[in-house]
Design a protein around this ligand. Structure first.
Ligand code: PLP
Length: 383
């Protein structure tokens, strides 16, 4: 029986025109995934048995040696770090003294520092930074080579095009993997939001990364509180000894049977999806919007590619004629009915990302944009 909690609580639902932003719930699970989670919730199972079967299946469909389901990509980064430190000592993470952990070193490019690296900082290992976040003196392989010591446990790499969470100046992933392979250091790649393309599920580890991390709640359309780790068997044995349901740090990252089964279902659907058809659908909707706004004196539409998360997927940029009105446009979108959530591209433009929109919602967003363009233009003229 549906209680309609959102209505009861007075929480407005929003149309998500921004993309897979966690602050509005990332993505929507399919009915198939929801049904798989509900079914999983109805029975007890031995968690380790479920994990081993699901992880084997996930490894196989993502073309990896091993896989692991966590309660988010950030959790996966922490577990990955702890597992790499444990591996270096050849002992479970929980058995290490604070001094042993503090002595361990994790290398990160300065260009890659971002709020998600709290997941690594909280390990209390030493973070060794390399390079500078600029283009005049980009990092070279020697910078990484010289940073490796007998205490190095892992190299963390944030895989996304410069411009979002990362700055310019880091070594390429390819060069990083080359040095890491020479020195026998595991590389952990944060590719949380780097789907699409689907091939990233196997390409990054195929190039040599030991662990690659994806968010389950972004384009994979799995449970919000899920994350996927894929990679090499050897390190995943350490992950299984560190992550939930092991006592120790893993216990803080509890993942339920519902998330485990839900993410499996979502990944199965993701790899089976016709990406070309999805891309064509998005291009058609964008071209339609561009045509529809041709000659509109208040707001114009432009196709942007790749999108602002660096994914090879197009999105729309709505540019208003009134300078500096983007925040006001966002407010009108949020406060209108239905409420629409998106992000500003600059002071005068906002994005509309088709990735998280349904056909009917695109229609609603376009008509609201036309209306808001008119309102803003009138206001702009009055002032
Ligand atoms: C979203 C994101 C995360 C966190 O993913 P969760 O699954 O929400 O924990 C980590 N790193 C990057 C780069 C992200 O974009």
């Amino acid at each position: 029986m549906s209680r309609e909690y959102y209505r009861e609580l007075g929480v407005r639902t929003v149309i998500n025109a921004a993309g897979t932003y966690t602050m509005v719930g990332g993505s929507r699970m399919s009915e198939e995934t929801l049904a798989a989670m509900a079914e999983a919730a109805r029975s007890h199972v031995v968690l380790k048995e479920l994990q081993s079967k699901v992880h084997e299946r996930l490894a196989s469909i993502t073309r990896n040696e091993a896989a692991f389901v966590t309660n988010g990509a950030a959790a996966a980064l922490h577990i990955a770090g702890a597992s790499c430190i444990a591996r270096r000592y050849g002992r479970p993470f929980a058995s290490l003294s604070p001094e042993q952990i503090a002595r361990s070193e994790i290398i990160i490019h300065r260009a890659h520092r971002n709020p998600y690296d709290w997941a690594v900082r909280l390990l209390n290992a030493r973070i060794v930074e390399i390079g500078f976040p600029n283009t005049i003196l980009p990092t070279v392989e020697d910078d990484l080579e010289y940073a490796v010591t007998e205490n190095t446990a892992a190299i963390f790499y944030f895989f996304m095009p410069p411009g979002g969470w990362v700055a310019k100046g880091a070594l390429s992933l390819e060069a990083t993997l080359r040095v890491a392979a020479r020195r026998g250091i595991p590389v952990v790649v944060d590719a949380a939001a780097q789907l699409p393309p689907t091939e990233n599920l196997w390409r990054i580890t195929g190039e040599g990364a030991d662990i690659c991390v994806f968010s389950g709640g972004k384009d994979l359309r799995g449970p919000q509180a899920s994350g996927l780790m894929v990679g090499k068997k050897e390190i995943f044995e350490w992950i299984a000894r560190t992550a939930f349901p092991t006592y120790g740090v893993g216990r803080m990252f509890k993942v339920g049977r519902e998330e485990i089964v839900g993410l499996l279902s979502a990944v199965e659907q993701y790899v089976a999806m016709d990406s070309e058809a999805r891309l064509r659908w998005a291009e058609e909707r964008i071209a339609g919007a561009v045509r529809e706004f041709e000659g509109n004196g208040n707001v114009s539409v432009q196709r942007v590619y790749p999108n602002e998360a660096g994914q090879p997927f197009p999105q729309m940029l709505f540019r208003f004629v009134v300078p500096g009105c983007a925040e006001e446009a966002l407010r009108l979108l949020r406060e209108g009915d239905p409420s629409i959530f998106t992000m500003a591209a600059d002071g005068q433009s906002v994005f509309v990302n088709p990735m998280t929109l349904r056909d009917d919602e695109i229609g609603v967003v376009l008509s609201r944009m036309r209306e808001i363009g008119r309102v803003l233009a009138e206001k702009g003229v009055r002032e």
